[in-house]
Design a protein around this ligand. Structure first.
Ligand code: HEM
Ligand code: HEM
Length: 185
């Protein structure tokens, strides 16, 4: 199994970025739900802090992943894919890339405008991006929510497309994003 992408599959590093973001997003949506249902100010504050911390990890991973993507081209799509399928896959993937930046960035803006203060992540400090403002807080709250919903919907479409390849077209596309222990791949 190679670290870098080959002509037939994604390498371990791309796979790590892909599945780590999937796992953290699952955590994020679960936490958003828990925040909504939390009773008591202390528990809510604790959950929101964890949500923000993990969200900043997603932002960091998105940045590292994008840089890696620019230097390490993805494997070409299977030759059997039609023009419209290629266009749908490429635009869908770039939309997903855009949203994994937009969701944490709007969250960061929302939390800044709400006056929740600087975000400390161990010794690392993420400063407030804008000053306290009720008007901006309302705008960024709705934007954060809209981006998070769009990411959820796009992920649903993406997973359906992956399942279509796996069970209908049966072109082995799924394997490209999963580790393989054979020497030559
Ligand atoms: C990266 C992935 C992230 C996802 C998928 C995500 C998703 C969500 C969702 C679905 C909600 C509930 C929206 C609603 O019903 O109004 C929410 C709320 C929130 N998010 Fe995020 N978020 C992410 C990152 C962040 C980041 C990085 C921050 C701040 C630094 C942040 C700050 C907040 C805040 C303050 C709330 C409101 C919590 C409350 O109700 O008090 N989020 N997020
Ligand atoms: C269980 C959920 C998921 C499954 C089964 C899945 C499956 C896959 C597969 C099989 C590929 C490779 C496609 C190819 O060979 O060309 C892929 C690529 C990709 N996936 Fe997912 N995925 C999932 C969730 C997500 C999520 C949540 C995101 C959002 C951030 C995402 C973003 C991407 C992107 C951007 C690519 C293209 C990678 C590149 O070319 O750099 N996936 N996914």
């Amino acid at each position: 199994m190679r670290l870098t992408n080959t002509a037939s599959r994604y390498g371990l590093i791309s796979q790590f970025f892909h599945w780590a973001v999937v796992a953290l997003l699952l955590f994020q949506y679960t936490w958003a739900w828990r925040i909504d249902n939390a009773e008591g100010f202390r528990l809510r504050l604790e959950l929101v802090t964890q949500h923000k911390t993990i969200g900043m990890v997603v932002l960091g991973l998105a940045l590292a992943r994008l840089v890696w993507r620019l230097f390490n081209r993805p494997p070409p799509m299977p030759a059997t894919m039609h023009g419209w399928e290629r266009l749908a896959a490429v635009s869908g993937h770039w939309l997903l890339y855009g949203l994994i930046f937009a969701v944490p960035l709007t969250g960061w803006l929302y939390s800044s405008a709400a006056g929740l203060g600087d975000l400390w992540w161990g010794p690392v400090n993420f400063p407030s991006l804008v000053g306290d403002s009720e008007r901006l807080e309302g705008i960024f709250e709705r934007l954060h929510q809209a981006c998070a919903i769009s990411l959820g919907v796009m992920t649903g479409v993406h997973v359906l497309a992956a399942l279509r390849h796996q069970f209908w077209i049966k072109d082995g596309l799924m394997k490209r994003m999963l580790p393989s222990w054979s020497k030559d791949s």
